[in-house]
Design a protein. Structure first.
Length: 414
């Protein structure tokens, strides 16, 4: 066991944990003031629900040896998970620390997903959905990519979760949002507090360094490359989005800058330890521009109600980043992989990335549909009229983020 690597991964685990509260604030500032606590609760409660889903079953299904489709019950209820190192998955750090690091990835995936259904979904059905989604959607895909499953054996690569985290959550969020109602609350209401969104964005941005750099599991040349690439990608994504926004709308908004930053980070996540610096910049620029068009044109044209654009940023950004990985991956940067299309490789690298993306999209979408249908047998998914008018904060949680005498009087509250 290497104590330096253990301390390094311990720090990165804390940084990734910070992303979920950060995203809760990012989303919280974007909704109406009467729904801000409910939106924050969707992310924060994910920490609680995902922890139990992961500990009981998720980690074992993801990283148990099993077969190429799903893991086995080796680590059921964290059996054999302690300070020891184990097998191929945690050779030089405690397996319990590796388990926690991966738990944070699963948690942020659920938090991302919640952005698609903000202000629209009943709270208890959401919590039930989260538990089932971790077991039935996230864990199998994590096993395919990182647990020795078929995507890994196919030769497709995903450095820090472009497929596992961003595509699964983005696609699932979209399917859930459409099922709740494509036209429900479709009119765009202005964000109630962009300063809260800024603070959340900063926390997500900082946390992402743990997300990408920690995925090397040691601080070596690959970790350093991924650190630089992550810094470059955040700025390049912001630049790409903001330039497009200026040309199209003659404005450069804060929310646009932050959205571009997220798009750039999502785009580099699948390849942060596999590409050189210039490739990272190009990929993030493409990611920023692609997500801008998806949200400002495709979403408007198709009229799907992706509330806070979880699909537009994470789904689209994840797909773009995963496929571009096959173009830009470099053996010179990471000697464990082959060269991509741009560096003398063949179309095979792009093709295997496309297969991995396509199957993940179809699997995530179909399983989300089935889970939601199951829950709908017992409860409606969407909010009712009273919740929409009075706000989810008061009706569901019995509290308000902001107190106003006028608001109190208007709603005839005691």
């Amino acid at each position: 066991m290497n104590m330096n690597d253990t301390l390094f991964l311990f720090l990165c685990t804390l940084l990734v944990w910070l992303m979920t509260p950060g995203l809760s604030l990012f989303y919280g500032g974007l909704v109406q003031s009467k729904n801000v606590l409910n939106t924050v609760m969707q992310s924060m409660s994910a920490i609680v629900v995902v922890t139990f889903a992961w500990v009981i079953l998720g980690f074992s299904l993801s990283f148990g040896s099993g077969n190429t489709i799903i893991g086995d019950f080796t680590y059921l209820g964290l059996k054999q998970v302690g300070f020891n190192t184990q097998g191929d998955i945690a050779t030089h750090v405690p397996i319990a620390l590796f388990m926690l690091f991966q738990l944070m990835f699963c948690t942020i995936a659920v938090s991302i997903l919640s952005g698609s259904i903000a202000e629209k979904m009943k709270f208890i059905p959401y919590l039930i959905f989260v538990f089932l989604w971790v077991v039935l959607v996230y864990s199998p895909v994590a096993h395919w990519v990182w647990g020795g499953g078929w995507i890994d054996q196919l030769g497709a690569i995903d450095y820090a979760g472009g497929t596992v985290v961003h595509i699964t959550s983005g696609i699932s969020g979209l399917v859930l949002a459409v099922m709740i109602g494509a036209g429900k609350n479709f009119e765009k209401r202005p964000p109630h507090n962009l300063i809260i969104t800024l603070i959340g964005g900063i926390l997500v941005w900082v946390g992402w360094y743990g997300f990408n750099v920690g995925s090397a599991l040691t601080f070596n040349d690959i970790a350093m490359t991924s650190f630089v690439n992550t810094v470059l990608a955040a700025s390049a994504g912001s630049l790409g989005w903001s330039v497009m926004e200026y040309f199209m709308k003659k404005t450069t908004s804060l929310i646009g800058m932050l959205s571009g930053m997220l798009a750039g980070l999502v785009a580099i996540t699948p390849s942060a330890g596999f590409v050189d610096y210039m490739s990272a910049i190009v990929m993030a620029l493409i990611g920023g521009v692609s997500c801008y068009f998806a949200i400002n044109y495709i979403k408007i044209k198709l009229k799907y109600n992706d509330a806070l654009d979880a699909f537009g940023i994470h789904g689209i950004g994840g797909i773009v980043g995963a496929i571009l990985t096959g173009v830009f991956q470099s053996h010179k940067v990471n000697d464990e992989i082959v060269n991509g299309l741009l560096f003398g490789g063949n179309i095979q690298t792009v093709w295997v990335q496309f297969i991995a993306v396509f199957v993940t999209v179809v699997f995530s979408g179909c399983l989300t549909f089935l889970i939601a249908k199951l829950i709908m047998l017992f409860s409606a998914l969407g909010t009712d009229k009273v919740e929409e008018v009075k706000g989810l904060d008061y009706v569901v949680h019995g509290e308000r983020a902001y107190f106003s005498g006028e608001l109190n009087k208007f709603n005839k509250l005691p």
